[in-house]
Design a protein around this ligand. Structure first.
Ligand code: FAD
Length: 396
């Protein structure tokens, strides 16, 4: 497999890097000190600059307002985004890939304004009693035969999106079968505006990281939406959500690889300059060897992630791509966590100061081992694939 970047891909990489270095990294500290809040003008500036750099709506085709990037191109960009702390890339206008299934009216109402940075969506799957095992979701949408509307009920946790910006959710729920039959409930997605009566934010907890996104809990109590709010068709939620998991697991792998590159760059700069006991601390193997191990981690994470992306682009069996995406996310997120811990140690007391990126990464990279499926769930997917697809197709 040839993973050499084309001149156009190198240009994309340079544009993404310039955006991160010129717009995101300079505001990281101020953002941390402000507990993750940015004034409207600063948010608008991040959106404007992203659109000017052609970084918005990456995976969506140009006719829908996006950039038409291949999965590998998405990875090239996310490797750069991972070099900023605070999850500040969340302000780049775009949309969950589920909106590729939007009908013309949904495109006009949700997708097109998202591409312009006027609307932001969230994706609500997890519930208080259904996390890793999404088969046990309880949220429902019952059709009212009198009006044809759907009545949504349920409680959703960790509903991620930038505060003051996010104004609609993709609600993953079950449409019960007809009462008089044995038909199975149909997993279905609905587009729900946050200002729809019956939808309330119940709690907005703080988390380990200081991020551009908040992750509140919502309750939907008899929320009425028209049948035109169904996204992607009745009964298609599992399939569409799975497309999101695979894409986002690859993006996480890429951001973790990027985070490791930045951590290593900072650590080498510091350790080759810092002197103790009359010499550079880099000359102590206790300092340089953990960095060498981290370099091996970073390079392997990048390769695994780019490989998963290239296989997706080549149209390889989606089940193999699914396993490869899990492998990349599992390895890259575990490796990035190890790398952040080592780099904090190399920085000594400074590594524990929030002003230093290493400290922020240590808190921020932890969640990559949890969201979009925990490391244990990725191991389950990989282990099943080893048996069902064959070892050669998973590791080959
Ligand atoms: C900051 C943040 C943002 C999030 N954003 C979103 C979002 O936008 N939308 C959304 O829908 N969800 C979101 N999530 C939810 C996230 O996807 C879940 O937290 C995650 O899937 C784990 O589910 P859980 O928290 O219910 O843990 P549980 O499923 O209860 O798992 C608890 C522990 O048991 C382990 N475990 C469970 N089953 C097995 C098994 N079969 N074998 C071995 N170990 C197992 C898990 O790995 C974990 O260690 C977010 C979570 C966080 C922390």
């Amino acid at each position: 497999m040839d993973l050499t970047l084309t001149p156009a891909q190198l240009d994309l990489q340079a544009r993404a890097r310039a955006y991160v270095v010129d717009h995101l990294q300079p505001i990281e500290q101020e953002f941390e000190r402000a507990a993750g809040r940015l004034p409207t003008a600063a948010r608008d500036e991040l959106k404007r600059a992203a659109i000017e750099a052609g970084l918005h709506g990456g995976s969506f085709p140009p006719e829908l307002g996006g950039q038409g990037w291949s999965v590998l191109e998405q990875v090239i960009v996310h490797e750069q985004l991972g070099q900023a702390t605070g999850g500040l890339w969340s302000f780049i206008p775009g949309a969950y890939n589920a909106l590729i299934h939007a009908d013309p009216d949904q495109r006009r109402r949700y997708l097109e304004p998202s591409m312009r940075g006027e609307r932001f969506g969230s994706y609500a799957i997890t519930e208080p009693n259904a996390g890793s095992d999404a088969r046990t979701l309880k949220a429902t949408a019952r059709r009212d035969p009198a009006t044809g509307e759907y009545i949504l009920n349920g409680e959703k946790w960790f509903v991620t999106g930038p505060p003051d910006e996010t104004d609609f959710m993709i609600f993953h729920c079950l449409v019960p079968g007809a009462d008089d039959s044995d038909s199975q409930p149909l997993p279905t997605l609905f587009l729900v505006d946050y200002d729809t009566p019956g939808l309330t934010m119940k709690h907005d907890p703080d988390y380990t990281h200081t991020f551009a996104d908040r992750h509140p809990q919502f309750v939907l109590a008899d929320v009425r939406v028209p049948s035109s709010a169904i996204l992607g068709g009745l009964g298609r939620a599992d399939e569409v959500t799975n497309e999101w998991f695979v894409e986002e697991r690859i993006h996480i792998g890429a951001r973790c690889a990027g985070a490791m590159e930045r951590l290593l760059t900072l650590a080498v700069e510091w350790a080759t300059d810092r002197r103790q006991f009359g010499q550079r601390i880099y000359d102590f193997q206790g300092v340089s060897f953990p960095l060498a191990d981290s370099a091996a981690d970073a390079a392997a994470a990048r390769l695994l992630t780019r490989e998963a992306a290239a296989l997706a682009d080549a149209g390889v069996d989606p089940k193999v791509v699914h396993a490869k995406a899990s492998l990349a996310k599992l390895f890259a997120s575990e490796a990035a966590w190890r790398c952040a811990d080592r780099v904090v140690q190399v920085f000594g007391g400074r590594g524990y100061m929030r002003e230093y990126p290493a400290e922020r990464y240590l808190r921020e990279l932890r969640v990559d081992r949890i969201w979009e499926g925990t490391s244990e769930i990725q191991r389950m997917i990989v282990a099943r694939a080893l048996e069902k697809r064959g070892v050669g197709r998973v590791v080959g």
